[in-house]
Design a binder for this molecule. Structure first.
Ligand SMILES: Nc1ncnc2c1ncn2[C@@H]1O[C@H](COP(=O)(O)OP(=O)(O)OP(=O)(O)O)[C@@H](O)[C@H]1O
Length: 254
């Protein structure tokens, strides 16, 4: 890795109660990189993501995100970090009683004391960036699935984060809507150099978006392979990786 990593996970052991899900996992993410985390159901992808955003405490190991050592930093350092990261959750997590604009304004109101006009302008800009101009007064229930994801993305980007985390962004979307979201993710990464960490199952997304992929495995509770999507498609001897990247009857890199 040429540059200082913006995220370092060092020897992470994680789990729930007595059950260990990840054991001694280490990885790094470079600034501006798009890293995808893949693997079978229940292998710990979301658990890893939650540790990377400081939502769960590790059993062992340490995680550094943009200079903040998550398990030992002060509350104010962590609060400060939250201004520099954004998260798009699986179900978009929009508050149903608030309008789309109010949802996008939430992090701006929480972390800044900008005047109302400036907040309104920022909300309009963020919505325009995800092609949702003019939707600020709608309720989330009035949006399609793909629009909800994009509104969630506008909220995640409200404070111009250096890092965006996505948990299954394509979940519940049809293939066309999912491809549109992939294009948007790529576009935002290209324009703003935002570092992106994406948990996904979607092979098409992996081939169109990922610069690097890590594959987690439930059995060994760790990373069994990593590389570019093409590396993993062509070169991997591990049967799980081979099967995942070469599903029968599908050519995913067209
Ligand atoms: N809060 C929790 N308490 C106890 N066990 C949990 C909790 N959250 C997740 N688990 C368990 O930890 C394991 C890993 O879950 P996780 O959601 O990280 O996997 P995943 O790879 O993201 O799965 P999927 O692809 O199905 O979403 C699973 O066996 C799950 O049941």
């Amino acid at each position: 890795m040429d540059q200082e990593p913006i995220i370092s996970v060092r020897n992470l052991t994680a789990g729930y109660g007595d059950v260990r899900i990840l054991e001694d996992v280490s990885l790094e993410v470079s600034p501006g990189e798009i890293l995808m985390i893949v693997g079978g159901s229940g292998c710990g992808k979301s658990t890893l993501l939650k540790h990377m955003i400081g939502q769960l405490p590790p059993i062992n190991g340490e995680i550094l995100v943009d200079g903040c050592r998550l398990n030992t930093c002060s509350t104010s350092e962590y609060h400060d970090l939250l201004k520099r990261i954004g998260v798009l959750y699986q179900g978009s997590a929009l508050l149903s009683s608030l309008t789309v604009g109010q949802n996008v304004a939430l992090p701006i109101l929480e972390h800044t004391d900008l005047p109302k006009d400036a907040v309104d302008s920022l909300v309009r800009i963020k919505l325009a960036m995800v092609y949702l101009d003019g939707t600020e007064n709608l309720l989330p229930s009035e949006l399609s699935g793909g629009m909800k994801k994009r509104a969630g993305l506008a909220r995640a980007m409200a404070l111009n984060p250096k890092i965006l985390f996505f948990d299954e962004p394509s979940a519940g979307l049809d293939p066309i809507t999912s491809s549109e979201l992939d294009r948007l993710i790529l576009q935002l990464n290209k324009i703003f150099k935002t570092t992106m960490v994406v948990v996904t199952h979607e092979l098409r997304s992996i081939f169109s978006v990922a610069q690097r992929v890590i594959v987690l495995d439930k059995e060994t509770r760790g990373i069994i392979a990593q590389g570019t999507p093409m590396d993993l498609k062509n070169n991997n001897a591990h049967p799980l990786v081979r099967d995942f990247f070469n599903p029968p009857g599908q050519d995913v890199c067209d």
